[in-house]
Design a protein around this ligand. Structure first.
Ligand code: XMP
Length: 508
């Protein structure tokens, strides 16, 4: 399988580069910028991409590159900061010209060398930079420019090195994917043979190698990620896998029964159902800080898995459906922590189980393709994501039985109406949030002082960015009136109209 490695210099959207490469059916992974060159060489990549990054090559804390990377004789594409680093390291000039470029910019292609083969001479591209390359290193040709960047693209096919100042990975660069394809299928000589079937084969082989003859447990939530991870592991090791479904009391109305039914009807994987509502709610009593909630829930999950593992011939491995987006939001060494996803940043330090996470390098839509190929029914493949910490991170402030009941009833109504309107699958997520405030209302001539419910519905491709969904007014009206009339304790409904960024999808 051809592999292209993306070195992460800390740009917000570095992972998008790897994703675009995978969309071209070439396997790609994001790795830290300072991964030792010997380790990179051992992976035998067909190509290397240097991502953008927030720094200037002249900053004191600028992330640098080992020049030995350029000796590997592997084609390299530098994007934005990656290009500047390439130019700076190989003897070109990078200057703070005072002419920054942000957003859509006209790009003039002077010559078709490799990156712009068969592409228009006049294009728009998306720029985001302050420094510019003002002189390319020896052996490079300048093949495109913009009004403020004389060296917007530089290429040296002889050395197998290419640099581009704008961002081909973002959708605002219309020919960006073509530029990436030209790099992959031109200089790198990649074959587009990374398919869903090959992901499954690779994962199954990797799982077998990792777990050997051991027994394995899988934390199953009923969502597409953990179900897909479970099926991959089942394919690899059969009955040595036991799934564990923990009902932490933070699920939606009727959810536990539905998950168990769906799993038992479709699969033959042994399933243990752990009732742990009181255990979780006791530990959450009085807790209002979102990160504390997340850590408590993450830890409690693991303690339960450890207890169950001890009962099962000492299972040593825990399968989780962790996705790449969970990893990045929880913070990596080079990316800031936004929130601790329960299955990544929320894990206790002293856990006794080794993790098996076959989906850790891929995004939700890629996981859905794998799920469909593995025969997961449509209703599970297209289930909207539901976070592991459940309703606890949709109840602002303390989680109590009473507040859970209110949120569950309101959420049930929203789900019912969204499905009735035929919008369930179009929306990435639709759910209700219960804030920690109350407001005054009037019902049947009486004053009320009760909670509002907030409706949150978003569209998204991979949860890294999201837009608030333009729900039809009629639907909003029905949901609002039903929630206020049918859910005791609620006297107002509001709509969240924020996108991500700057907001996040969940409220906590
Ligand atoms: P945010 O709120 O960070 O959410 O925009 C991005 C996506 O991740 C889901 N999410 C989680 N999923 N464990 C999970 O399994 C978690 O701790 C967690 N936190 C957020 C969220 O529902 C959205 O789809």
């Amino acid at each position: 399988m051809d592999t292209v490695l993306v070195l992460d210099f800390g740009a917000q959207y570095s992972q998008l580069i790897a994703r675009r490469v995978r969309e071209c059916r070439v396997y790609s992974e994001l790795i830290p910028y300072d991964t030792p060159v010997a380790e990179i060489a051992a992976r035998e990549p067909k190509g290397i991409i240097l991502s953008g990054g927030p720094a200037s090559v002249y900053a004191d804390d600028a992330l640098s590159i080992d020049p030995a990377l350029f000796e590997l004789k592997v084609p390299i594409l530098g994007i934005c900061y990656g290009m500047q680093l390439m130019a700076h390291t190989l003897g070109g000039t990078v200057t703070r010209t005072g002419k920054s470029e942000f957003g859509k910019t006209a790009l003039n292609v002077a010559k078709e060398v490799a990156l712009f083969n068969d592409l228009p001479r006049e294009q728009t591209c998306w720029m985001s930079h302050r420094d510019s390359v003002t002189a390319a290193p020896d052996g490079f040709e300048v093949t495109a420019s913009t009004a403020s960047s004389p060296v917007a693209v530089m290429e040296s096919p002889e050395q197998g090195m290419f640099g581009i100042q704008c961002h081909p990975e973002v959708v605002h660069t219309p020919f960006g994917t073509d530029v990436i394809k030209n790099f992959l299928f031109g200089p790198c000589g990649c074959q587009p043979d990374w398919t869903v079937v090959s992901i499954i084969e690779e994962s199954v082989a990797a799982i077998r190698e990792k777990v050997g003859d051991e027994h394995v447990i899988c934390g199953l939530s009923g969502g597409v990620d953990s179900s897909t991870a479970a099926l991959l592991v089942y394919r690899a090791i059969g009955e040595r896998l036991t799934c564990i479904f923990v009902d932490h009391g933070l699920l939606r109305k009727n959810e536990a029964e539905q998950v168990i039914d769906a799993f038992e009807n479709h699969f033959h994987v042994p399933l243990i159902h752990v009732q742990a509502e009181e255990r979780f709610l006791t530990r959450l009593a009085g807790i209002t800080d979102p990160e504390r909630k997340r850590k408590i829930i993450g830890e409690e999950f693991i303690r339960i898995f450890e207890e169950e593992a001890r009962k099962l011939e000492g299972a040593r491995f825990l399968v989780q459906g962790t996705l790449y987006s969970d990893v990045i939001e929880s913070g990596t060494r080079d990316a800031a922590k936004i929130k601790s996803h329960h299955n990544v940043g929320g894990l206790p330090e002293d856990m006794n189980l080794d993790l098996v996470e076959p989906l850790r390098n891929i995004f939700k839509d890629e996981a859905r393709n794998v799920a469909a190929e593995l025969g997961l029914p449509d209703a599970m493949v297209w289930r909207q994501p539901f976070p592991g910490p459940g309703l606890a991170i949709r109840i602002i402030g303390e989680v109590t039985h009473e507040r859970l009941e209110i949120l569950r009833d309101a959420d049930f109504i929203l789900q019912e109406e969204v499905r009735r309107a035929g919008l369930y699958r179009e929306l990435w997520q639709s759910f209700c949030v219960l804030p920690a405030i109350r407001s005054v209302g009037v019902m049947g001539d009486e004053r009320t002082y009760a909670y509002p419910i907030i409706i949150r519905a978003v569209t998204s491709e991979d949860a890294m960015t999201a837009d608030w969904a333009r729900l039809p007014y009629d639907l909003l009206e029905t949901v609002s009136s039903r929630i206020i009339n049918e859910v005791p304790g609620v006297n107002r409904v509001a709509l969240d109209i924020s996108s991500k960024p700057p907001s996040t999808i969940e409220w906590e």
